[in-house]
Design a protein around this ligand. Sequence first.
Ligand code: SF4
Ligand code: SF4
Length: 361
Amino acid sequence: MLEFTGAQRCLEIANLMELTRLGRTDLMVTRTSFGLLPLQRVEMNEAVRILNRACDAGITFYDTARGYSDTEEKLGRALSGRRDSIVIATKNAGPTRSQLLAELETSLRNLRADHVDLMQLHNPRALPDPDDPESSYAGLLEAREKGMARFIGFTSHSLERAIAAVDSGLYDTVQYPICHISSEEDLDIVRRCREAGVGVIAMKPMCGGIITQMRPAFAFLRGYENVVPIWGIQRMSELDELLELDADPPALDDELLATIEQDRRELAEDFCRGCGYCLPCPAEIPINMAARMSHLLRRMPYQGFLSDEWRDYMLRIENCTDCGSCRARCPYDLDTPALLRKALADYRIFYREHTRGPLSQ
Ligand code: SF4
Ligand code: SF4
């Protein structure tokens, strides 16, 4: 029988940061937690430095995935010596029992660990049949029985599937996109999870990078005691800002509420979250950036997006054959080709206004 002491030790080590329990599990995690997806874009040594700084500061919960290229390896390299001080979540999209377990074995090797604290299904297209002995759900159960994972969870970009996972009673946690521009319908998942004793992990607390100010995002999510946001960090400066906010959490005052209202107004319902599930595109359009270009141009320093490289990427939209594969894969049911056409039309205007020249090859 394996003995697990990580959660208890976290309590002692992270006594400077506020903790919360992940649903019915015994995992006590810092309310400010770390999502590793953006560390894919960071070279190994810098990623290790960022992770060590986060751990030194007291962050105890780290969420990664087999699908996030080498981030498990980065986490393993940075923090395997402090395994008992941290809570690790990973996920994979293995569609069957055996594929899920094989992927999990790879995760454990990368993480240099003998178990993860939370093993999640990575955005499956449907809930697996719990009675099927060869389903991915059976793989989760086997992982738990063998001591490869302590708790099991479900991740989804689909509200319908996330609710079904909560209502099934089969999962300890649900991971779903939650941020300050989420709809009331989306936010209701927080209540459902609380009532069902399911832990809520908020992915994309900055809405996939579209939200540019961390302060209102942080203040908003702090209002939900049972929600654990996993902040996607790829720069030391972002980590520092996050730690400052955690040390002195801002109140949701009139100024921050006004910013939130403005974000809600500007980011209408149908906008691309940049998740990339629609890729690859046969026309090689970088859809996850191109479809939200209008927001990127106006909410971030725009100069880089007017480079020759980005001009060429955007012009690839003209080669879209309307094959529909992106639309079929988008978990937000977006009409992606239409969004892209709109984005290109807007890009043409913006390009002309800011470069004094027409958009052409
Ligand atoms: S519909 Fe257009 S943008 Fe979407 S995958 Fe097909 S070619 Fe690419
Ligand atoms: S179009 Fe949909 S699937 Fe593609 S990046 Fe945007 S939100 Fe994600």
